[in-house]
Design a protein around this ligand. Sequence first.
Ligand code: FAD
Length: 375
Amino acid sequence: MEIVIVGAGVIGLATAWRTAAGGATVTLVDPEPASGATAVAAGMLTPVSELTYGEEPLLRLGLASRDRYGAFVAELEELTGLDTGHRTDGIIEVAFDADDLRYLDDLRRFQDSLGIPTEALTGRECRRLEPMLAPGVRGGLLAPEDGSIDPRRLAPALLAAAERLGVRVVRRRAAEIVIERDTAVGVRLDDGTEIRADRVLLAAGSWSGDLAGLPPGTVPPVRPVKGQVIRLRARTPFVGRSTRGLVKGSSVYLVPRLDGEIVVGATQEELGFDTRVTAGGLWELLRDARELLPGVTELEFTEVSAGLRPGSPDNAPVMGPSALPGLFVGTGHFRNGILLAPVSADILSAMLLDGPVPEVAGPFTPGRFSPEVHS
Ligand code: FAD
């Protein structure tokens, strides 16, 4: 079986690795692997803290992925000898004022109703866990099983693992889907070269709809959702685990790495393919971060960046066969693509190799948006 994967973000990379491990010959096409949202993401692995009403199937997918993470990372690190910065020390979510706390209490009750373990914390308990929190923090909750990973370490490890299993990486842009007798048979690159395959997977994040030749009904319904983040550096321990806060209704998080980096994020803006970093975006992030952790202003500033989350109409991933035989889609991972990489790789590689597809994949097929698409 020959497979071409368009896009080497976390989803294309993880799928290339697992598909090659399943015995296929895989070509991965990307002019600059891991240059999209994957390079900007904070890397929280948090199905529980990100839980939103009405997103129970996404929660199940997230939990399935988080549960796979330990084994996924162990195999990856063993194969490549590279560290991914995987942490399993939980995530604390704190409330700045009484309204924020009411929201968090509601969220915890909802999580309880779904049987998800979280621990309610008083303000004092929050500060005992994270002493740098502001004295006014009202309370919060701890999701002890959540964690984080460094996407800038994960992506090179995935690329190395894929290459070790024989995946060919072609550093060019895929310009067009090649179709013969109503079937996708490969892609044409921007230099005119054709790469033939039995199956093509579109995993180009927010750009997944950009290829020429996609027939109506097969264009993945994704839009870019901009997110700005700030990278800081602490010389002494600042926060011990990922810390999210609600500050007067707006949300901010700080994700620490073991090497002292702290990622502060993130804005959520519907501005098309705009990736400019703005003064207002940075100001809002630092303003809210300082309310929660006043010492943040003492940290060394190292970087600002903006990335584009691939969002679908229902903000959930789109994974499976498209209406065009031979063409598969793996995108729409929006705020959770790093978290969802292990389970998505299992789902997409099973689909590409005609293996048994994990049951949690059910609600995420492209067919849910378009009656003419196979599901
Ligand atoms: P991308 O990472 O965007 O990769 C797409 C790839 O396709 C790129 O490498 C690009 O070069 C390539 N490409 C584009 N067009 C073509 C073409 N024509 N031919 C070949 N290649 C092409 N998720 C979490 O789970 N936890 C988090 O804490 C988190 N934080 C985030 C914070 C921010 C600010 C942002 C922006 C995102 C965050 N995410 C997080 C979401 C996560 O980053 C995305 O869901 C994930 O990276 C999507 O991966 P992807 O592989 O689909 O797309």
